[in-house]
Design a protein around this ligand. Structure first.
Ligand code: AHM
Ligand code: MG
Length: 339
């Protein structure tokens, strides 16, 4: 096993690729060290009084858990001072957070879902932090920070990743040069490179979807899941297994380990017509990782990374994972009459 640590890996990558700048390296290391702090809080649970809900709601009307807010504060405080960033945006904040005047300002923009899988915090199931890094467009750099700086398609991300707080704490990262994973050594505090060149098998017989929403799905999703459930007696000719963890980080981590297809589709309910998951904090970073690992990610008809965002908190349908299977569901959407 390679014993390269995260800083060493970043230095090596920086030597090979000019766009992996010292500022970007510092930014990734800072996110990782903030996640080390979050990981300690997660593993202490009730001992650190991190379980349970607050009385507040976030901008999307969801009740905030204590850990949602703690994780958000840890990421903000860690990333303010380094000089690499111009602004940050988070699922848990109404609007973007400009770097205060007390600190130098850089060109990068950091977006995050500080605590993904909030419904799993109190039940001791894997949760995570998801992040995405963009660069401020040249033409915006002399203007004051604004939401428009962030309105870039996911294809322009310069880095993305997540940390999963599970039996191990693992950072999965892409800098646009493939996907690698680091395991946190809790004895030394080091993030150690434990997987390189991660790829997703093109075929799979494992799907991941919240079946309780079935009656609300659009026809192409229902068609595909009906076929999976029919197993060897149906047109797909094989039996499927199902997993749903209700933490996107954990479901995506499984797919990056053994393949699969994950779906949180938009559906016919008023509240989910655009989908549940957030484009900027969840869908874009995960789609970047999945594509970098040879998989595919669509909202139904469109490649997620091509979507031009219109708002920081925009939601989107998500179908991602093993290429041939996502391609099949994508095809069903293209065949289906337009919504
Ligand atoms: P969160 O960021 O508020 O935790 O919401 C996102 C999560 C995903 O991790 C997961 O795939 C999904 O919501 C689970 O939703 P549901 O409870 O509807 O199954
Ligand atoms: Mg989330």
């Amino acid at each position: 096993m390679s014993l390269l640590t995260l800083p060493q890996y970043l230095v090596e990558q920086g030597r090979r690729h000019a766009d992996i700048t010292p500022d970007l390296r510092l930014l990734i290391e800072t996110v990782a060290s903030a996640c080390t702090s979050i990981s300690h809080k997660v593993s202490k649970g009730a001992l650190a009084d991190v379980l349970g809900s607050l009385e507040t709601e976030n901008v999307q009307g969801e009740v905030q858990k204590k850990l949602d807010v703690m994780a958000n504060d840890i990421l903000l405080a860690a990333n303010e001072w380094g000089g690499a960033l111009r602004a940050m945006a988070s699922e848990e904040m109404d609007t973007f957070h400009a770097i205060p005047a007390a600190y130098p300002q850089g060109d990068y923009l950091l977006l995050f879902d500080p605590l993904d899988g909030s419904s799993n915090i109190d039940v001791n199931v894997s949760i995570g932090t998801i992040f995405s890094v963009l660069k401020t467009p040249e033409s915006h750099r002399n203007n004051p920070v604004s939401e428009a700086d962030f309105m870039q398609p996911g294809a322009l991300q310069v880095a993305a990743g997540y940390v999963i707080y599970g039996p191990q704490t693992t950072l999965v990262l892409t800098l646009g040069q493939g996907v690698v994973a680091f395991t946190l050594d809790k004895d030394t505090g080091a993030w150690v490179l434990t997987r390189e060149g991660i790829t997703i098998p093109e075929d799979t017989a494992e799907f991941s979807i919240n079946m309780s929403n079935m009656r609300h799905w659009e026809a192409p999703v229902r068609r595909y899941i009906d076929e999976c459930l029919a197993g060897t007696t149906g047109s797909l000719g094989k039996n499927y297994n199902m997993r749903w963890i209700a933490s996107m980080v954990a479901d995506v981590h499984r797919i990056l380990t053994r393949g699969g297809i994950f779906m949180y589709p938009r559906d016919q309910r008023e509240s989910s017509r655009q989908g549940k998951l957030r484009l900027m904090y969840e869908a874009n970073p995960m789609s970047f990782l999945i594509e970098q690992a040879g998989g595919m990610a669509v909202d139904g008809e469109r490649r997620i990374l091509d979507i031009e965002p219109t708002g920081l908190h925009q939601r989107v349908g998500v179908i991602l994972g093993s290429k041939n299977e996502v391609q099949r569901v994508h095809g069903y959407h293209l065949d289906s009459p337009k919504r």
